[in-house]
Design a protein. Sequence first.
Length: 94
Amino acid sequence: MRKINVTMLLSLNGVIEEPAWTFPYWNDEIARFKYDEFFASDALLLGEQPIKVLLPPGQDILVGGSGALLNTLMQHDLIDVYCLLIYPVVLGSG
């Protein structure tokens, strides 16, 4: 059965928007993780409003981007795997 996997890029104070701030922390370990994660999936769910889609059996589904989308998926208990990449920085307000 397919799993829905979420990877969140977070600052210490919970900021997830505009992930360009993570670039200075990019390293080989993170690159390998993201590479493996990407090729373990064959679908990517993006956007503000999830829509019901019937997908053929396959690999895991990655969720990228939207906090609103993540909240909706969480409310319906649809996320199987959470991976939090927490960066050592405090940004704006989170």
